[in-house]
Design a protein around this ligand. Structure first.
Ligand SMILES: [Zn+2]
Length: 288
């Protein structure tokens, strides 16, 4: 019985025969001199080729493929940010899309249309902020997340310069409590600098439920220095990037809670989507 090796060699012999020409591109070094080492050409599948050149070509291609695979994995990191690093109060928000935003009341229809329209401008690269304001449960977070989902574009595998778009959804209360926890828990990765850097880096960011992180939504007290510092850091890093805010707070409440310099910074380049009539979508219909 023939071994696999000899069968392969037979097959190779059939397709490859030596040619009388030599390839003179290959050299070796002796002392300071490059000396040409002629390599005998072969006929491979009917074509005259130099085996060394063929090998180099394959090696280069292999190297390039490997590099582009590594590079692509690197590039998809940005794209994966939304799923990997978002912080939710209510995890179901991560299922939100424009399609599954149920419109019942006219205001919802209008506001959804407006968000879709603003998404279109953001996608084209325009930079502005969006402020979704209204009572809890009207679907502000849903629309914010839906916009991110639509803006979250993976990198083009064929264009090594394309990094895709990174999106991040951060519920402010979750973020603030994770950071506070890291003050005493040295194992936690959610340090102030880690979280603020994430929020600053994302191409598109939703700051969800602005105001809830202060813990004084229902009182007259002001946000702490810590919260002020947090929002300052994030907004400074995002001056040339789009941020979508959702909040239950009225402008009066905003000014009462945060210092006015911070509020005016948040309100820069702002587009407003306000819910006044929509009822709480989370309320179930109960028979009593
Ligand atoms: Zn060659």
């Amino acid at each position: 019985m023939q071994s696999i090796k000899s069968v392969a060699a037979e097959g190779l012999k059939e397709r490859m025969t030596f040619h009388s020409d030599y390839c003179n591109k290959h050299t070796f070094t002796r002392g300071n001199e490059d000396i040409v080492k002629p390599v005998r050409m072969m006929i491979l599948n009917g074509k005259v080729v130099c085996p060394r050149c063929e090998l180099d070509k394959h090696e280069k291609k292999f190297q390039k493929d490997l590099e582009s695979q590594i590079d692509f994995r690197q590039r998809t990191k940005k794209f994966n940010m939304l799923e990997k690093h978002s912080m939710f109060r209510d995890r179901t928000v991560s299922q939100a899309t424009f399609d599954n935003y149920n419109v019942v009341e006219p205001e919802e229809t209008k506001n959804k249309q407006r968000m879709v329209e603003l998404f279109g401008y953001l996608q084209k690269g325009e930079v502005f902020n969006v402020f979704l304001q209204g009572l809890p449960g009207v679907g502000k977070s849903h629309l914010g997340y839906a916009a991110l989902k639509a803006l979250n574009v993976p990198p083009d595998p064929d264009n090594p310069k394309d990094m895709g778009k990174s999106c991040l959804f951060i519920n402010m209360e979750e973020a603030a409590s994770a950071i506070k926890d890291s003050f005493s828990n040295k194992e936690s990765k959610y340090t102030e600098s880690y979280v603020t850097q994430l929020m600053g880096d994302a191409d598109y960011l939703v700051i969800d439920d602005l105001g809830a992180e202060t813990g004084s939504e229902h009182s007259d007290s002001r946000a702490s220095d810590f919260i002020h510092r947090l929002i300052y850091k994030v907004t400074s890093a995002r001056q040339d990037k789009a941020t979508i805010y959702t909040t239950n707070l009225t402008s009066k409440k905003l000014y009462q809670m945060y210092d006015s310099k911070l509020v005016s910074r948040i309100m820069q380049k702002q587009q407003y989507i306000v819910f006044k009539e929509t009822s709480d979508k989370r309320e179930m219909e109960l028979p009593f």
